[in-house]
Design a protein around this ligand. Structure first.
Ligand SMILES: Cc1cc2nc3c(=O)[nH]c(=O)nc-3n(C[C@H](O)[C@H](O)[C@H](O)COP(=O)(O)OP(=O)(O)OC[C@H]3O[C@@H](n4cnc5c(N)ncnc54)[C@H](O)[C@@H]3O)c2cc1C
Length: 188
C-alpha cells in the first residue's frame, strides 16, 4: 500500500476500520509515516515483526538538490537503506509503500497479569512472546528488595470477530477498553 508520509497515522483514513493495520506501530498514534521511517520505529511486536523498516518496500523522496526520486532495494539501494532509521538526514520522505497487515477487526484483544519482580517479568515476557504477537511490561523500579521490578505484563493480539469474553486474572482494564476487554488498535 502506498501512503503519503505526512499525516499522523492515527488521523489518516482509519486504516484499521478498513481492514488494514500497520505491521509495526509505536506507542503513539500521533506519529507520521515519515517519522516511522526516519526513526525505524519498533512496536510491541518487535519479537515477531522487527522494525517498521523491514516492511517498507519503497520510498518516494525529495532530495536536498530538489530531485524527486524513488528508492527501494532494487533502485537507489544505498539511499533507501540509509533513509530507514536515517532521522531525515538523507532527504524528505514524501510517500511510503509498505506491506500492511490484514486485520479482521479494529480491536486488540488484551490480557494482563501481575509480575512480582523484575526477574519474573523477564521470564514471563519471554514465555508470553512465544504465544502472543504483542507484549509489553511496565515495571516499578522504585520498589526495592524482592519487589524491585514488580509490574504488569500485557499481552495482546488482533481481535477476531465474535471473540468470547475471557477476563484474565489481574486484568489491567483501561479507559479505552470496551465491555469485553478489547482495546482500539491504535497506539497499542
Ligand atoms: C508517546 C510516545 C510513544 C512512543 N513510542 C515509541 C515506540 O513504541 N517505539 C518507537 O520506536 N518509537 C516510539 N516513539 C518515538 C517516535 O515513534 C519517533 O520519535 C518518531 O520518529 C516520531 O515521528 P514523528 O512523525 O512525530 O516525527 P518527528 O518527531 O517530527 O521527527 C522525528 C524525526 O523524523 C524525521 N522525519 C519526520 N518526518 C519525516 C519525513 N517525512 N521525511 C524525512 N524525515 C522525517 C525528522 O527529521 C526527525 O529527525 C514514541 C514517541 C512518543 C511521543
Amino acid at each position: 500500500m502506498s501512503l503519503p508520509a505526512g499525516p499522523a497515522v492515527g488521523r489518516t483514513d482509519s486504516l484499521d476500520v478498513r481492514g488494514w493495520f500497520a505491521p509495526v506501530s509505536p506507542g503513539t498514534e500521533e506519529v507520521t509515516l515519515g517519522g516511522m521511517v526516519a526513526a525505524d520505529v519498533h512496536g510491541k511486536n518487535h519479537h515477531v515483526a522487527g522494525t517498521f523498516g523491514e516492511h517498507v518496500r519503497s520510498l518516494r523522496m525529495r532530495l536536498a538538490d530538489g530531485r524527486l526520486i524513488e528508492c527501494s532495494d532494487e533502485q537507489e539501494r544505498e539511499l533507501f537503506r540509509a533513509t530507514l532509521g536515517g532521522m531525515g538526514l538523507t532527504g524528505h520522505v514524501l510517500e511510503v509503500t509498505c506491506q500492511m497487515t490484514r486485520v479482521a477487526t479494529p480491536w486488540i484483544w488484551q490480557e494482563s497479569e501481575q509480575v512480582p519482580n523484575f526477574e519474573t517479568a523477564l521470564e514471563r515476557l519471554a514465555e508470553a512472546g512465544r504465544e502472543w504477537p504483542y507484549t509489553v511490561c511496565w515495571n516499578d523500579l522504585l520498589s526495592d528488595g524482592p519487589r524491585l521490578g514488580r509490574g504488569l505484563l500485557m499481552k495482546s493480539r488482533c481481535a477476531e470477530p465474535g471473540a468470547s469474553r475471557t477476563v484474565a486474572a489481574g486484568h489491567a482494564g483501561g479507559a479505552d477498553e470496551d465491555r469485553e476487554g478489547r482495546h482500539p488498535a491504535h497506539g497499542c
